[in-house]
Write a protein that binds this ligand. Structure first.
Ligand code: UD1
Length: 445
């Protein structure tokens, strides 16, 4: 098991330089699933080399698809080609799916194309119950039958003469990114019109839909709470149009936001390049209100953390919300920020019921945090964080909590070892190399 060994900056703001933001993994994963809707190869660009993308590629390969990395621009091959013509199986590999919840998104295109899909209860970050009831009830509304016996077996009713899913009116009882994307992709090949209500509006969904529409899908209303899809009745999207319209992943707003908090806490000056500040409005507004000097252009953010001591930054309260609200995936990083600024902050998590497990780690470094409930904490700052005594290590608990403990370790005095960093690799490409390029002493062992 690999580890990061991190030399803390002890409150000094010495990091300096530029980080380029990669393509959004949460959009790229869904575009990979959408490749199943096409009759031939599709080209995907600006794909990040994160572990989740590699897992999704492996799942597709096991189903019979060809997935290969190619050169995009620059030195690293960030483009991908997926050809699903050889796809025969509809059984999603249990072990791989167990590692990553986004695998469940594949069921939509599989069901749309083959009328059946089998998959295990999906895995992913351990941050809450994460049920899949919205997917199942949506499929059932579209005419599929589901059986659950350790694995979920979904198929379009064998008694029906209709092989395709049928368009339906579905009102999600909860806003869900994955259910919105999955049911929408299932509806692309269905018979008739599907109307999805109470949909998620995340930019990653818009990114994938704009591509699918450019390739012949008929999806209206994305980015609003009601999405309408005119199904093709089983006809696959054409790879000829895909050849003219490659998918390009938008910049990863969560990666950009993670580096923005890093910049506010640890950098003399940090430029975050190739990002979309418009997707980070909630975080940028709060940091600016707090006193952090931030300048944005359409595609970059410059944060100068060094102009003031953290103790002069004002504190604030945060409640996580669906987009365009404050992203739950940035909640652990903002908790670290709150440990370093003056005053008492309230942090409320509304999306997941188990996303404060990292709090014990921050407390062990010296943070002053009270747990009010499983979904609310208060943080008093500023605290001088100190590395754990020699021999004790911290463990990355999930992708984002993993980044947060790395951030806390950088703020602290002394050397901290973070284990289980495979989880961090699921969402951040070559994190240690990028931190090193800014002047941090972080080594992968
Ligand atoms: C996606 C993101 C994840 C982010 C989350 C919320 C990907 C790969 N992951 O996850 O990083 O934290 O959006 O912004 O894109 N729910 C149900 N029943 C369901 C489905 C979901 O109750 O059938 C609940 C979940 O338990 C959660 C809430 O809905 O409490 C929102 O989850 P959802 O938006 O579905 O998250 P994901 O799509 O899994």
């Amino acid at each position: 098991m690999e580890k990061f060994v991190i030399q803390g900056l002890g409150g000094k703001k010495t990091l300096k330089g530029t980080v380029r933001v990669n393509g959004a993994k949460n959009a790229a994963l869904k575009a990979m699933a959408a490749a199943v809707l096409f009759d031939g190869p599709v080209r995907l660009k600006n794909m990040p080399h994160t572990e989740d993308i590699h897992i999704q590629a492996e799942i597709l390969r096991k189903l019979g698809a060809d997935v290969s990395w190619t050169k995009d621009s620059g030195e690293i091959d960030h483009a991908m080609e997926i050809d699903t013509r050889g796809l025969r199986s509809t059984d999603i590999d249990g072990e791989l799916a167990g590692k990553m919840r986004a695998s469940v998104v594949l069921t939509g295109p599989l069901l749309g194309r083959f009328g059946k899909a089998t998959f295990p209860a999906p895995g992913g970050c351990v941050i809450g119950a994460r049920p899949i009831d919205l997917f199942i009830s949506g499929y059932e509304a579209m005419g599929a039958m589901t059986k659950e016996d350790g694995v979920y077996d979904i198929s379009v009713s064998p008694k029906s003469k209709v092989q395709s899913l049928k368009g339906a009116n579905i009102i999600f009882k909860k806003v869900s990114v994955g259910a919105t994307e999955t049911l929408m992709m299932a509806a692309v090949l269905a018979e008739g019109k599907t109307v999805l209500e109470n949909c998620a509006c995340e930019p990653e969904i818009v990114n994938v839909v704009e591509w699918l529409n450019a390739c012949g899908a008929k999806i209206k209303g994305v980015g609003t709470s009601t999405i309408e899809i005119e199904g093709t009745g089983g006809r696959l999207l054409s790879s000829e149009s895909a050849a003219k319209n490659p998918y390009v992943a938008i910049p990863d707003r969560i990666e950009a936001g993670s580096y923005l908090v890093l910049g506010a806490l640890c950098a003399d000056e940090l430029k975050i390049d190739d990002c979309r500040p418009e997707h980070l409005g909630a975080l940028i507004d709060l940091l600016k209100l707090s006193g952090v000097p931030i300048k944005t252009t359409d595609s970059s953010i410059v944060v100068s953390g060094n102009t003031m001591p953290d103790s002069s930054f004002k504190t604030f309260d945060v409640t996580t919300k669906e987009y365009p609200g404050f992203a739950t995936d940035l909640q652990p990083m903002i908790a670290v920020y709150m440990t370093q600024v003056s005053g008492r902050s309230k942090l409320t998590e509304t999306i997941y019921e188990g996303r404060f497990k990292y709090v014990d780690d921050l407390k062990s470094l010296g943070a002053d945090i009270d747990t009010v409930s499983s979904q609310e904490i208060t943080i008093s700052g500023p605290s001088r964080l100190k590395a754990l005594p020699a021999g004790r290590e911290m463990k990355a608990l999930d992708i984002r909590a993993g980044f947060a403990v790395v951030l806390a370790a950088l703020c602290a005095e002394g050397e901290t070892t973070v284990t289980n960093i495979g989880l961090i690799d699921r969402g951040y490409e070559r994190l240690e190399e990028r931190l090193q390029s800014l002047g941090a002493d972080v080594v992968r062992n």
